[in-house]
Design a protein around this ligand. Structure first.
Ligand code: ZN
Length: 476
């Protein structure tokens, strides 16, 4: 694609908050219940039913805002967003409009093209989810499930700061990691608890004004983010290069066809006829409440990464891998405290432990204490690296004590010089020509002799000790 164009992307991310009950009623939010079994007069929108805001959801939203460095406003207003849709029986959604919960935060992430980038978070507000239209349950008819109607969401509106589809994906990944760390959502795109819409426009390289944008919706899997935005960017560039112009509209992404098609002319925001929700008082947050939410925040991923680099002398790359999830970071620190030398622990966690977890539903199956013991057995010369990996696999699948397992598998290295001396004699006796060459100065043959001893011992010889015995015998 032409280098003359720059892509401008801003993401609006909807995140389902991890609460047991809905935003304005006591109905359950659990996923997968039979249709329309988790509903009441409030979330069905029956006349006369009154909403009451869910305090737990407000707390989680405030935590999200604080983690994103937003200013949390002591007073915000719930507003009605009016529109017609079959899955919205009330005819409006309760959201926040001109006085949102929080504004002006930021998210730093690693762009694949530009390195470290700090993107603006314009606002973060609370709202309720709508119901769901189901098109494949009855032939020629659409059904509506209102279980999701009224589920608490936050909408995180990012500024137009992203410059490529790949960058949008990196931003979203970093946002998801942060939200998972602070535990306010499970961020499961397949269950609809993390949804993203994207505003996309293009401009000539060097231009600073923003051109007409489209909104891309229906990106329902993480892997589609980059594809969908790439398709829309390419469509806009082709359109403008052929003399057309981009019109403001909503585009629906079709993952099967890898295309976008227009949904409807984009309503201007005033078409929603927002007005303050008359059934809810202003949302007033005391400084004590906000401070309490602040105190519930754990160490954030970026802070943890910097600390790992300083405290354990790890490279940025290693610290990034080890802090990718809170569970892995905590596991690593337990191994180090067991204790184990930090870099060895990092190597083992990043290779064996993460590979094993990938094959077993992300379960870290070897306890930190057992992994620290395996590392110590290698350091102490009891196990070769190869043998240690076998012990790790055995402990992962069956559990047990690493040392006992190493012995039962016959993997403990032989460090008895008498036994080693016998293998060394056999090897030297069988390779008289090489011994002669070695004695004439061809010292690089040492590696060959060590290899032969390892072979004779079926891998059980301690290689360092074997070399020492070989040197002694060859210099005699
Ligand atoms: Zn309800």
């Amino acid at each position: 694609m032409s280098q003359a164009w720059e892509t401008v992307i801003g993401l609006e991310t909807h995140v389902q908050l991890r609460t047991r009950s809905k935003m304005f009623c006591g109905c359950s939010t659990s996923f997968g219940a039979p249709p329309n079994t988790q509903v009441c007069p409030v979330c069905l929108g029956l006349p006369g039913a009154l909403p009451v805001a869910n305090g737990a959801a407000i707390g989680l939203a405030v935590r999200g805002a604080l983690a994103l460095g937003c200013t949390v406003h002591p007073k915000s207003i719930f507003a009605r967003k009016n529109y017609f849709y079959p899955d919205l029986p009330k005819g409006y959604q309760i959201s926040q409009f001109d006085q949102p919960l929080a504004t002006q935060g930021s998210l730093s992430f690693l762009s694949p093209e530009r390195g470290a980038v700090t993107a603006t978070i314009v606002r973060l507000h609370l709202e309720e989810d709508a119901g769901k239209s189901i098109h494949d349950r009855f032939p020629k008819a659409t059904a509506v499930d209102l279980n999701r109607s009224g589920v608490p969401l936050i909408e995180i509106v990012g500024g137009p700061d992203l410059r490529s589809p790949a960058e949008a994906r990196a931003y979203l990944q970093t946002l998801k990691q942060l939200l998972e760390y602070i535990g306010i959502s499970d961020c499961d795109m397949e269950k609809g608890s993390l949804r993203v819409d994207a505003n996309v426009s293009i401009r000539r390289a060097g231009e600073t004004a923003l051109n007409t944008r489209t909104e891309v919706k229906n990106i329902n899997a993480f892997s589609f983010v980059e594809k969908a935005l790439g398709v829309e960017r390419d469509r806009q560039i082709a359109l403008v290069e052929s003399g057309g112009s981009v019109s403001q509209q909503t585009m629906l992404y079709d993952a099967k066809e890898s295309t976008v098609r227009p949904q409807r002319s984009k309503e201007e925001s005033h078409d929603y006829r927002y007005f303050p929700e008359p059934d809810l008082p202003p949302l007033v947050l005391t400084p004590e409440f906000v401070a309490e939410q602040q105190s519930e925040l754990p160490e954030l991923p970026g802070q943890k990464r910097e600390r790992f680099m300083a405290q354990y002398a790890l490279s940025r790359e290693h610290a990034t891998v080890l802090t990718a999830s809170r569970a892995v970071a905590e596991y690593y620190e337990h191994v180090v405290r067991a204790p184990a030398e930090p870099q060895s622990a990092a190597n083992w966690v990043m290779t064996e432990a993460l590979a094993d977890a990938k094959d077993h539903q992300e379960q870290l199956r070897v306890s930190p204490a057992a992994l620290a013991q395996i590392i110590a057995l290698v350091k102490g010369g009891t196990l070769s690296n190869q043998a240690a990996k076998r012990v790790f696999a055995e402990v992962a699948s069956k559990g047990g004590d690493p040392r006992t397992i190493a012995e039962s598998l016959g993997l403990v290295l032989v460090a008895d010089t008498n036994v080693l001396a016998a293998w060394v004699s056999d090897v030297l006796g069988a390779h008289a020509p090489e011994v002669g060459r070695y004695k004439n100065g061809e010292t690089k043959l040492m590696a060959f002799f060590v290899g032969q001893v390892m072979r004779a011992s079926k891998g059980k010889a301690d290689p360092k000790l074997a070399q020492r015995v070989l040197e002694e015998k060859l210099s005699a």
